[in-house]
Design a protein around this ligand. Structure first.
Ligand code: GLA
Ligand code: ZN
Length: 698
């Protein structure tokens, strides 16, 4: 069956998780009155309802959920209905201890918390599906049912005997023979040749665990266990989705992802979701580029299809050591940023604060007293009114990106579990460095898997592409062959899909494209700097780097310093220190001569200044430096959809993430959809801190 895609709605949905089972009926009425005041139109119900829906294995009791759903229907709300398997009931663990995970240390857990079932447990699989089935059967066709929400925030890992057996089955399916397995794992190393599948055990603290956390003596085994665990949980999701589909063939199904989340390979899950959704809880108050990256990654899961923000907090989180409130205007700014990057729903966790337990102080639309005269509620209501006024103006619109950034869970896992080099280097931090440079330069970026169609992009950025698999090297070569630009970084082209080194010069299959070989990889502790001087050899030459200052720039590089021997590449940047002072740190290769494309390589951990310089050269070749690139932290994000008469309807979001006000010349003429005000091209846009302009361009 074709995926039904993102839910079809008439406006950007607004609302979120609502758990009214925690308070009496009369409070529900106050809740709904408040929802009306804030233009809340959507509630997510039943995420943690299992224990009241099924008090024991033989008994289901839907009275409470019936009432909760009915109240939402009576209130005219759209309903996102969960399969209620986000947390297990106590009886389940008591009766079937196997549903509890065995942790990395080998300790079998007992009942508690949530999101902690063993994915291989037959009891969990049977009873979660039975519950999903009954819920789907009962509530399919509910008026306003807009999406199904399976489980909740899948993640973590289990190392029990059932998972060990599941791992062996998974390996048999993947490799077929022990010979192939031993080859993939390079098992002659440290005498690991397996002669029976039963000899394989999960690589936990009692097995391959090796030196600090995350490290393993056999990367191939651990990499496969990460893949297996991600797929074991995917099987749980699929089971429940199939149960829903037996009763409801059409309503879109999703689960809430978490952006740059290490344990699950979201690219492998994406095909099973009708639309992507994610929970946006940035780790700090100044994470606008990181949020943009996560939005773009989530949008890239479904090939640019709009996604949902399934959760964000209106005020504070509760899970951090220190939980500051969102400053005035920040909720609005971040919500519009999500819409600007492709979100067709902006939802909260949660509608009213939990009464007890660990999230009782987590922020909500309504506090414990249910006040509607708080700052938080007023800001929620203001945003609700704006989203209402916007109506369907950007629904379904897509990001017209000419830049792709490759994101790869295999590379993330392989780079971070490996010994050698530098454990201070974290894959998401490397990716974020490159993304931030693109974001600050105003590029619209698709964050895509290595299997994506690259033919539609002018610029492809591949940070730390540690694992090179499939035909990605050839497709990157194609980008350059047709005049495009590729930018790769250190630690790329190191290993194949099995995590075995290429028996060739580094960067393996990427070497012909990049025109160099890496001879040594030096590392240093954080803070140890090697100054890299950057200067394009012929700034005015063919291919054009017109938009860039010809003066050299010095970037403080740290952490990784590869010693590069050019084999056709030109030198763009050189190290200033160490025995490799004067040798290349950044290169450019034009394999097709001056008129073709360019393949750049950054062999070291450039700082933001250096990355900005490199990225702007590449964007400049294609006229992709944005109009606000000169203004720090002023974001431009664009969505487009087909317009009247075969034209394109283009909406630009200008977002001021700065702590101060800024005046910028408007990049285009149009109408600000939030104020109705006409804007002339070049006219001064005055943006207070957190201000947003939603410009429907003429
Ligand atoms: C996650 C969960 C929610 C809630 C929030 C609180 O996103 O999905 O149930 O716990 O975190 O931050
Ligand atoms: Zn298990």
């Amino acid at each position: 069956m074709l995926s039904p895609g993102v839910p079809v709605t008439s406006k950007i949905l607004y609302g979120g998780d609502y758990n009214p089972e925690q308070w009496p009926r009369d409070v529900w009425e106050a809740d709904y009155a408040a929802f009306g005041k804030a233009a809340i139109d959507t509630v997510t119900l039943g995420v943690f309802a299992w224990s009241y829906l099924q008090p024991d294995e033989e008994t289901y009791d839907f009275d409470r959920l019936d009432a909760i759903v009915q109240r939402a229907v009576d209130g005219g709300k759209q309903v996102v209905l969960a399969t209620a398997t986000g947390a297990m009931p106590p009886w389940l663990a008591h009766r079937y201890p196997e549903v509890c995970r065995t942790d990395f240390e080998g300790r079998r857990h007992v009942y508690g918390q949530r999101h902690n079932h063993c994915p291989s447990s037959p009891a969990f699989r049977r009873l979660s599906v039975a519950l999903a089935e009954r819920i789907a059967e009962r509530y399919a066709g509910t008026p306003g049912l807009v999406a199904w929400h399976v489980g909740n925030e899948y993640g973590g890992a289990c190392y029990c005997n059932l998972c060990a057996a599941g791992f062996r089955d998974w390996l048999r399916a993947r490799y077929g023979t022990l010979e192939r397995l031993n080859d993939a794992w390079n098992a002659t190393f440290w005498s690991h040749l397996f002669t029976d599948w039963e000899q394989v055990v999960p690589p936990n603290a009692l097995s391959e665990h090796w030196r600090g956390p995350d490290h393993t003596a056999f990367q191939g085994i651990t990499l496969d266990y990460l893949r297996f665990m991600s797929e074991a949980m995917l099987a749980n999701y699929r089971d429940e989705k199939a149960a829903i589909r037996r009763h409801d063939p059409a309503t879109p199904v999703t689960t809430n992802f978490m952006g740059l989340f290490r344990p699950i390979d979201y690219h492998r899950w994406a095909a099973d979701l009708d639309f992507a959704s994610w929970d946006n809880y940035p780790p700090g108050p100044r994470e606008h580029a990181r949020m943009a990256l996560a939005h773009d990654l989530m949008r890239g899961l479904k090939d640019g299809q709009p996604f949902w923000v399934m959760e964000q907090t209106p005020t504070i989180t509760a899970s951090r050591d220190v939980n500051p409130v969102k400053r005035p205007g920040v909720l609005r700014l971040w919500s519009w940023q999500a819409v600007a990057h492709g979100a067709d729903a902006v939802l909260y966790f949660q509608m009213r604060q939990s009464k007890g337990a660990c999230e009782k102080y987590h922020g909500a639309v309504l506090d414990h007293a249910g006040r509607t005269d708080t700052r938080a509620f007023r800001e929620v209501a203001t945003l609700g009114a704006e989203l209402g006024a916007l109506g369907g103006a950007v629904l379904g619109a897509r990001t017209p990106a000419r830049v792709a950034l490759l994101f790869d869970w295999d590379s993330w896992w392989a780079a971070e579990i490996t010994d050698g080099f530098n454990r201070h280097v974290k894959y998401p931090a490397v990716v974020l460095g490159y993304y931030r440079a693109l974001w600050q330069a105003g590029a619209q970026v698709d964050v895509v898997p290595v299997t994506a169609d690259l033919s539609r992009y002018d610029v492809v950025v591949a940070p730390a592409l540690h694992v090179v698999k499939g035909d990605v090297a050839a497709r990157l070569e194609d980008v350059v062959a047709r005049g495009g630009s590729v930018l790769a970084s250190f630690w790329s082209g190191r290993v194949d899909e099995d995590d075995n080194a290429f028996l060739a010069d580094v960067p393996g299959p990427l070497a012909p494209l990049l025109g160099l070989r890496v001879e040594e990889t030096d590392s240093a502790a954080p803070g140890v700097v090697n100054p890299v001087t950057l200067r394009v050899p012929d700034a005015g030459g063919a291919g054009g780097s017109e938009q860039v200052d010809p003066d050299p720039v010095v970037s403080d590089a740290e952490l990784v310093f590869e010693v590069v021997v050019p084999q056709g590449a030109e030198v763009v940047g050189t190290y200033g220190a160490e025995f490799y002072a004067g040798t290349p740190a950044v290169t450019r290769h034009r394999p097709h001569g001056g008129d073709g494309g360019e393949a750049w390589y950054v062999a070291t951990g450039l700082d933001d200044t250096g990355l900005a310089w490199v990225v702007r050269h590449l964007l400049g070749r294609h006229g992709l430096v944005g109009p606000y690139a000169a203004y720090d932290d002023v974001e431009l994000a664009v969505r487009e959809r087909p317009g009247a008469d075969g034209g394109v309807e283009r909406t630009a979001f200008v977002l001021n993430h700065r702590l101060d006000a800024v005046d910028v010349p408007a990049h285009a003429a149009g109408v600000d959809l939030l104020t109705g005000r006409r804007v002339a091209a070049g006219e001064t846009l005055h943006l207070e801190p957190t201000d947003v302009v939603v410009l429907r361009e003429d």
